[in-house]
Design a protein around this ligand. Structure first.
Ligand code: BGC
Length: 740
C-alpha cells in the first residue's frame, strides 16, 4: 500500500478499530477455527476486542497461524491482518548459544547469521515479529537476565545489537524469511538495584546515556521495526509511562519511528509502581508517552475509546499509534499476503536443517571460553577419560528462553563423545539440583527438568556419587560437566548466591580427592563465583547454555578439533560481594594501586581483591601468544586526523590458534570523569605456530568521543592512553595527544 492508501485506510476505520490495533492478545484467545470464547469471557475480554485486535503473541506453526489469520480476516471489517509475534531469542527450533555466549564470540557477524537462520525458521512457522534482540547492558551477575544480554560493554553491545537486528530483518522485512526485530527493554532494564529482577533502576542521566542507551540506539539506527519498553522506572517514572524517555529520547533524539510495544502487562504495572491510580489512568499515561501496543492487559481496549470521546486523550494520539502499526503490517507485506512465509512444506525443509545445525555447532564452539588450562586440554583420544556430572548426558542445555527448541533435538555430550572416542566412560555423578536450590513458582522444577534419565531417578544421590568417584579413580582424566540448571538463569531468576548448586560442588570435591586431572566444563547462564573450581581444577571451560549442537561443539573443543577462542563479555566476579563489577568503571579520587595494599585510604576491599576473578575480554586458546609493546605512528593528532596504533602478535605455542587483540582507550583528563578504560576496537588474528603478524588499529576522533559536561557527544583535546592486549587488564600502553 502507498502511504496515501494507508492514510485512507486509517481514515475509514472506526475509533474502536483503531484502538484495538493497539491491543495484543495471547494466542490462546484464538483457536484454529473460531475465537476461543471460554478464556475470553473468563478474562473479561470483550468479543469485539478479539475480533478487532491488532496482534497476537504466542501462536505459531504455519498451519495454525494460517487458520487463525484466515478466520480473523473474514470477520475484520477492513481485512486488516494480524501480526504474529513471539520471543525468538537464541534461535527458534535450532537453538544457538544464549546471547551471553554469543557475546563471548566477539564475532557479531556470526550472530547476524544466527539471527538470520532463526528468522527463517520463525518466518516459515508464521511469525512476523520477534521480541529480540535484548540489548540491555548488564553488570550484575545476580540478575538472571544477564544470559539474554551480550554483556557489560557498550561498544560490544552496539555491534551485536546492530548485527542481530540486521540478521532478523535483512534489508527489507517484506522479503521472504525475514522477521521484524524488537529492540528491548527500553531503557536501563539491565541495572535493577541489587540484581533483583523488576526492581527499581537508579542511574544518573549521564550513566544512562553513556553506557546504557548506545546499544538501543544502535538497534534503532540499524532499522529495528519495533522497540519494547522496560518494566523499571527511569528517574522515578516507570519507563512505560515515561514521556521524556519515549517521546524526547527515543522518538526525538534517536529518531525512532517504528512501533513501540509495552513489555508484558507493563502498562498495568504503572498502577503497582504507584504512578497511576487505576487502569484508566494507566491507559492515558502510556498512550501519552507514545506506547503503541499494549501487551496483554486489555487496558487500551477498555479505556482509550472513552478517553477520546470524553476529550481526555486526543484522537490524534490514537491515529498516530494505529498508523505506525498499519505501517509495520504494510512493510511486512501483509496487506498483499497476510500469511507471509507461513508454509508447512518449508517448515519441514528449513527447521533444524543441516545448515542451521552446522551454524549452531560453529557458534557454540566459538562461544566457549577457556579460563584455565594446565596442560590437560585438548584431551587425548583413547586415554581413559571419564565424563562425569549431570550434564554428561543431558539435553537440557538450550537456555530458558528457548521454549520452542526441544531437548529431543539436542546432541548431548555423551552422544557426541561416543562418535569420537568409544573408550570414554560416563556417569551422572549427582542430580543437577539438591535440596538447597529453590525454584519456587517454576512449573517444571520436577524431575523431568533435572536432566536425570528416568532410571537414574530411582537411585539415591549417594549411589550416584559412589559410582562417579569409582569411575574418577580409574580414569586418567575426568571431565566434570557441571553447572546451573537452565531454569536458574533467565527472567525472574535473581540469585543472591551465584554458585553452582551445592550438590554438584560435593561431587567436584569428591572427584578431586581421587583424581588430580580434572577438567571442569561449566554450563551457566551467568558469571558465577568459581573460586574453588578455578583453584582446584586443572582446566575450566565455560560453555554457557550452548544449544542444539552443544554436545558436538563441546567435543570439537575438548578434542582439539577446534581451538577455543571465546572471550568473556562479562567479568566473572571474585565473589558475589563484588558485584556489580565491570572493567570500565569510573576513575576514583583514591584509586587502589596494585601492590600497595598497605596504603590504607584507598578505594579497595580489605578482604578480597578489587579485580574480578576473570576479567572482561579474557579467554585462552590452546596455544600462547605474545604481544609486542604498543607503537603509535605519531603522538599528536587533531580531530580530523587519525593515529595508527600497532602491536605485533606472535603465536609462541605449538598449535595454531586465534587471538582477539583488544584496543582500550583512557581519556586522561576531561570535563567529566572518564572510565579507567574503554574497549574501542578489536581484531581477530589467526596464526600458525611461530607465525607473527602486525595488528594495526586506526584511532579516529570517533573513538575519543564521550558525553561531555555540556551534554554533547564529542571529544575534548588533551592526553589519551591507548592500550592493546588480550584482555581488559592489559597494561601495554602508549600515550598521545588530541590537539585543538
Ligand atoms: C519479558 C519480555 C518478553 C515478553 C513476551 C516479558 O515478560 O520481559 O522480554 O519479550 O515477556 O514474552
Amino acid at each position: 500500500m502507498t502511504t496515501q492508501e494507508l492514510q485512507d485506510l486509517l481514515g475509514s476505520m472506526s475509533l474502536e478499530e483503531k484502538v484495538n490495533q493497539m491491543n495484543q492478545l495471547a494466542g490462546g484467545f484464538f483457536a484454529g477455527d473460531v475465537v476461543a470464547m471460554g478464556p475470553l469471557q473468563e478474562m473479561g475480554v470483550p468479543e469485539e476486542s478479539v475480533r478487532l485486535t491488532g496482534s497476537v503473541l504466542g501462536a505459531l506453526g504455519a498451519e495454525t497461524v494460517k487458520k487463525i489469520q484466515k478466520n480473523f480476516l473474514e470477520n475484520q471489517p477492513h481485512r486488516i491482518p494480524l501480526l504474529f509475534m513471539l520471543d525468538v531469542i537464541n534461535g527458534f527450533k535450532t537453538i544457538f548459544p544464549i546471547p551471553l555466549g554469543q557475546g563471548a564470540t566477539f564475532e557479531p557477524e556470526l550472530s547476524r547469521r544466527c539471527a538470520q537462520a532463526a528468522a527463517k525458521e520463525a518466518a516459515v512457522s508464521g511469525l512476523h515479529v520477534t521480541f529480540a534482540p535484548m540489548v540491555d547492558l548488564v553488570r550484575d551477575a545476580r540478575w538472571g537476565r544477564v544470559m539474554e544480554s551480550t554483556g557489560e560493554d557498550p561498544y560490544l553491545n552496539c555491534l551485536f545489537s546492530r548485527a542481530m537486528v540486521e540478521g532478523f530483518q535483512g534489508d527489507d522485512i517484506k522479503e521472504p524469511y525475514r522477521v521484524a526485530a524488537c529492540v528491548k527493554h527500553f531503557a536501563g532494564y539491565g541495572a535493577p538495584t541489587a540484581g533483583r529482577d523488576y526492581n527499581t533502576v537508579e542511574l544518573s542521566e549521564h550513566t544512562l546515556r553513556e553506557f546504557y542507551l548506545p546499544s538501543y540506539r544502535a538497534g534503532v539506527d540499524a532499522g529495528a521495526a519495533m522497540v519494547m519498553t522496560s518494566f523499571n522506572t527511569i528517574d522515578g517514572v516507570p519507563a512505560t509511562a515515561n514521556r521524556w524517555l519515549m517521546r524526547d529520547v527515543l522518538r526525538g533524539e534517536m529518531g525512532f519511528d517504528g512501533v513501540l510495544i509495552s513489555d508484558w502487562a507493563a502498562i498495568e504495572e504503572t498502577i503497582y509502581h504507584g504512578l497511576c491510580a487505576d487502569r484508566r489512568e494507566a491507559a492515558r499515561r502510556a498512550a501519552e508517552a507514545g506506547v503503541d501496543i499494549d501487551m496483554m492487559t486489555g487496558i487500551y481496549s477498555e479505556h482509550l475509546c472513552a478517553l477520546v470521546r470524553e476529550g481526555v486523550v486526543p484522537e490524534a494520539l490514537i491515529d498516530e499509534a494505529a498508523l505506525r502499526i498499519l505501517t509495520l503490517k504494510n512493510k511486512l507485506g501483509l496487506f498483499e499476503n497476510p500469511y507471509k512465509d507461513a508454509d508447512e512444506e518449508k517448515e519441514k525443509e528449513v527447521i533444524l536443517c543441516a545448515a542451521h545445525r552446522e551454524l549452531a555447532r560453529e557458534a557454540a564452539a566459538k562461544s566457549f571460553v577457556l579460563l584455565k588450562n594446565e596442560g590437560v586440554l585438548p584431551l587425548a583420544k583413547g586415554k581413559k577419560t571419564a565424563f562425569i556430572g549431570p550434564y554428561a548426558d543431558n539435553p537440557r542445555m538450550l537456555g530458558s528462553w528457548s521454549f520452542i527448541g526441544s531437548p529431543e533435538d539436542v546432541v548431548t555430550v555423551r552422544q557426541a563423545v561416543s562418535e569420537w572416542d568409544e573408550s570414554a566412560v560416563f556417569c551422572e555423578g549427582s542430580p543437577l539440583l539438591g535440596p538447597d536450590v529453590k525454584l519456587e513458582g517454576f512449573m517444571e522444577r520436577p524431575a523431568e527438568t533435572d536432566g536425570a534419565p528416568a532410571k537414574e531417578k530411582e537411585r539415591s544421590a549417594e549411589e550416584m556419587l559412589a559410582e562417579a568417584v569409582a569411575a574418577a579413580a580409574e580414569a586418567e582424566t575426568v571431565v566434570l560437566m557441571i553447572g546451573e540448571h537452565y531454569l536458574q538463569s533467565g527472567e525472574a531468576t535473581s540469585n543472591a548466591n551465584i554458585q553452582i548448586p551445592q550438590i554438584q560442588m560435593e561431587l567436584f570435591e569428591k572427584v578431586c580427592e581421587v583424581n588430580e586431572q580434572v577438567v571442569v566444563v561449566l554450563f551457566t547462564g551467568r558469571p558465577l563465583d568459581i573460586r574453588r573450581i578455578s583453584e582446584k581444577a586443572k582446566a575450566v571451560l565455560v560453555v554457557w547454555m550452548p544449544g542444539t549442537e552443544g554436545g558436538h561443539a563441546i567435543v570439537d573443543v575438548l578434542s582439539g578439533a577446534v581451538s577455543p577462542t571465546g572471550k568473556l563479555p562479562m567479568s566473572f566476579p571474585y565473589c558475589v560481594g563484588q558485584v556489580p563489577v565491570h572493567y570500565n568503571e569510573y576513575s576514583t579520587g583514591r584509586p587502589h594501586v596494585p601492590g600497595k595494599d598497605k596504603d590504607r585510604f584507598r578505594s579497595k576491599y580489605l578482604d578480597i581483591p578489587n579485580g574480578p576473578l576473570y576479567p572482561f575480554g579474557f579467554g585462552m586458546g590452546y596455544t600462547r601468544f605474545s604481544v609486542s609493546p604498543v607503537e603509535t605512528d605519531r603522538t599528536r593528532m587533531t580531530a580530523g586526523e587519525c593515529i595508527h596504533v600497532s602491536v605485533r602478535v606472535k603465536n609462541v605455542g605449538d598449535l595454531p590458534g586465534t587471538e582477539t587483540v583488544q584496543l582500550y582507550i583512557r581519556d586522561i583528563a576531561a570535563s567529566v570523569v572518564r572510565p579507567v578504560r574503554e574497549l574501542k576496537q578489536f581484531q581477530k588474528v589467526a596464526l600458525a605456530p611461530g607465525e607473527e603478524r602486525e595488528v594495526v588499529f586506526t584511532v579516529t576522533n570517533e573513538d575519543l568521543c564521550f558525553l561531555t559536561a555540556d551534554g554533547r557527544w564529542e571529544s575534548e583535546p588533551g592526553e589519551f592512553e591507548v592500550s592493546a592486549g588480550t584482555d581488559s587488564t592489559t597494561v601495554n600502553s602508549a600515550r598521545f595527544v588530541l590537539a585543538e
